[in-house]
Design a protein around this ligand. Structure first.
Ligand code: UN1
Length: 500
């Protein structure tokens, strides 16, 4: 398990070169399972570094937009192959900096591979429309064109997958990129930049600026050279991003919080539902925007569900994600752990019944990490804060319900709308649920996590602002439509007027 690992000193990647931040200051990247382990140091960038990266991206855009899409795609194809070869190393790096178990970091790198291959394929598609003109001897079509310089701000929970969801479609559509990854997980983005450089991406097409939100994120949002912004993170920061994009009318994609639910009907395969609730609630330590932090269970099976689910949660082995026996890793940092602990307090105070967990794990193998017990509240009321607010940690609230309609009302009674799931063997309920759940993603007989890269990903209400990433939907965000009319009649033809 223990491989030799030397802390890495990372640099920004600007215009095809690895460069220090102007400030000369560095930020520590520490292992959340063992804060004594320094994973590396990365630059604390500021407005000047960001401006340099945006200028490089702007200059590179001139050529990159004219590079044929199939040729851009060939570089992505090579990048995907390199990622395949380095999957194991990059997964280990990711577990060290982010904490989730190795099986999951392998999944994260795999998601990046999937997205890179998918978008490599889109190099030979990016279909537009041709349509008859209303006038004779006139041709009409709509083609996709790139938007320009794309600014990206990415979170720590999917440190390679999410940068890939954003960068790959942006690049294949002909945009150039400036990416600022989360402070907690710079190494995985560094690895991705390394891969893109080796795959042969021209200088300036993909740039990485490390740093924190105020130092490096804010100047990116304010920079008039940035044409488009894609952000994944909290709803609070998403609002700031949206406002910062408004003055210069940047095209803005926001992927924010969730309060996802699993509905378990009386007729469900109960063992399957329990398995799904454990994975959906405690996978990635509950630190997914798709995490199942609410489970609503119909009264006929409520007791049995609670008993078995609590038992399973209690038995989860929490520890260092590099240990193959570990089932759940730490919280990402001290602040996140404190948030989890404060929600445990909130749940207690509002009268939810704590069935298991509720404490920070300390001592022994947990002494130097940000570990928290898998925690289950039962007999919850739908209006409680623990049933309404995103916790982003290993806390699941179980809510009893009477009827199908009741379950849908509970599901929809939150301000978020990312993912929802129903376990039932009744096909009518399954179809009504997929129609009536107000979320961007619905699962039938599967938990709320586990979206695949070739389908649209995103949510409604306070989760998103109407855009989707992944799948073909990503092309819609990273390109604009240009409508082209070619009149070959050799005379003036007036649309709507020469109508006879
Ligand atoms: C996220 O939590 O921000 O569907 C993304 C899933 C993963 C992606 C989650 N494929 O859970």
């Amino acid at each position: 398990m223990a491989t030799a690992f030397a802390p890495k000193a990372l640099k920004n990647y600007i215009n095809g070169e690895w460069v220090e931040a102007r400030s000369g200051k560095a930020i520590e990247n520490r292992n959340p399972a063992n804060r004594d382990e320094l994973v590396g140091m990365f630059p604390a960038s500021g407005p000047e570094d960001v401006a340099q990266a945006v200028d490089a991206a702007k200059a590179a855009y001139k050529k990159w937009r004219l590079t044929p899409a199939p040729k851009r795609a060939e570089i992505l194809f090579r990048a995907a192959e390199i990622l395949v070869n380095r999957k194991e190393d990059y997964s280990r790096d990711m577990t060290r900096e982010m904490g989730k178990v190795l099986a999951e970091t392998r999944g994260d790198v795999q998601e990046a591979i999937d997205m890179t291959y998918l978008m490599a394929g889109e190099g030979r598609r990016q279909f537009g429309h041709t349509t008859p003109s209303e006038l004779p001897n006139k041709f009409a079509m709509a083609v996709r064109v790139p938007v320009g310089v794309a600014g990206m701000i990415t979170p720590w929970n999917f440190p390679m997958a999410i940068p890939s969801w954003k960068a790959m479609p942006a690049l294949v559509c002909g945009n150039t990129v400036v990416l600022k990854p989360a402070e907690d997980t710079p190494l995985s983005t560094y690895n991705l930049a390394q891969v893109l450089a080796e795959a042969g991406l021209p200088p300036g097409v993909f740039n990485v600026v490390f740093g924190d939100g105020p130092g490096a994120g804010a100047p990116m949002l304010a920079n008039p050279g940035v044409d488009l912004v894609s952000f994944t993170g909290s709803t609070e920061v998403g609002r700031i991003v949206s406002q910062a994009c408004a003055p210069t009318f940047k095209k803005c994609h926001l992927e924010m919080g969730g309060k996802n639910i699993i509905i378990v009907m009386d007729d469900a395969n109960l063992d399957l539902a329990i398995e799904g609730a454990v994975w959906g609630g405690f996978g990635t330590t509950g630190q997914r925007c798709t995490a199942a932090s609410r489970v609503a269970v119909q009264k006929g099976v409520y007791r049995e569900f609670v008993e078995k689910f609590v038992e399973r949660a209690k038995a989860l082995k929490v520890g260092d994600g590099l240990d193959p026996a570990t089932q759940m890793g730490p919280c990402i940092n001290e602040q996140q752990l404190k948030t989890v602990m404060s929600y445990v307090e909130i749940g207690r105070n509002e009268g939810a019944k704590l069935a298991t967990g509720g404490h920070r794990l300390e001592g022994g193998a947990h002494a130097r990490g940000w570990f928290h017990e898998p925690t289950v509240f039962v007999d919850c009321d739908r209006k409680m804060r623990i049933c309404q607010e995103e916790i982003f940690g290993p806390v699941v609230s179980v809510i009893p319900f009477d009827s199908f309609d009741d379950a849908i009302a509970i599901a929809n009674g939150v301000n978020y709308g990312l993912s929802a799931a129903i376990y039932t063997r009744n096909v009518n309920h399954a179809f009504r649920a997929q129609r009536d759940l107000e979320t961007g993603i619905v699962y039938v007989n599967a938990p709320t996590i586990g979206a695949e890269t070739h389908l649209p990903f995103g949510g409604t209400k306070n989760t998103g602002n109407g855009h989707r990433e992944a799948g073909l939907a990503a092309l819609d965000f990273y390109s604009e439509w240009k409508t082209v009319y070619v009149d070959y009649s050799d005379r003036l033809q007036r649309a709507q007027i020469d109508n006879a």
